[in-house]
Write a protein that binds this ligand. Sequence first.
Ligand code: ZDR
Length: 296
Amino acid sequence: MATDVKGVEELDFVKMQGLGNDFILIDCIQENTSGDYGELSRRLCDRHFGVGADGLVLILPSQTADIRMRIFNPDGSEPEMCGNAIRCFARYVYENNIINKTVIRVETLAGLIVPELVMDGGRVVSVRVDMGEPRLDRSLIPMEGPSGRVINESLSVAGEDFGVTCVSMGNPHCITFVQDVEGYPLTRIGPKIENHPVFPRKTNVEFVQILSRNEVRMRVWERGAGETLACGTGACATGVACVLNNLTGRKVTVHLSGGDLIIEWTGDNHVYMTGPAEYVFSGRWAGEIDHKEVIK
Ligand code: ZDR
């Protein structure tokens, strides 16, 4: 049974960031929440009326893996996965003794994802994540149209044609190669591609400039969040798109607005992402929240 209630909710949280893609983490094993995570994310991620973040990350128990991660966008929608968040998640659960292993099997809506903490003298210096296999068939992006891969295919957006390559890393990504990514009108074009009717679940949008066979510069317009400083799944999708278009080798450094990720699409068809995960602060949020109280 569910009823609409208004109540004050108090929650301990930690703020972390990976390349300036910032997240609020809540340990739902310890904290009691209403369970209306979409509403909670809208409130907490708001940079003026809340804590401020690009996403809300929940730590939950799992039946099938070591632990489970759920992630919500600032607009309340629930993506399947988040590459930058899972590095923060892995560091948090290890350093807070929730999981006492450096290779952690995490259940997500995109399947099993396996981050590995890279240690130096007991300190976590970075996190290398086995992000699983990229999904390339159009139906798996998902994207309307006949089956097959979407590689440098023409997409008409508000009267302009874009050559797009689409890759799912559990969540959808649409990549376009451009000559000058810094000067690119990302905030004008990004939302038009995000909401294009050809993407039934919308899409994340990446603009990429090739710098060499092993270096690219990428900017991202995130589904449900807008322009952010970095995107882990987007960097992985970009690495795959570069190979599919024969623009780089299988290992690239992706320069994002917030810093660098190393992406490798290995012979076993898995994509590996290596990058940082840092603490910002911890706090206790108290706010009145409209939520559906689920009475079990
Ligand atoms: C891009 C992202 N921040 C990451 O690092 O992978 C994921 C966030 C989720 C994204 N906004 C989506 O798929 O809706």
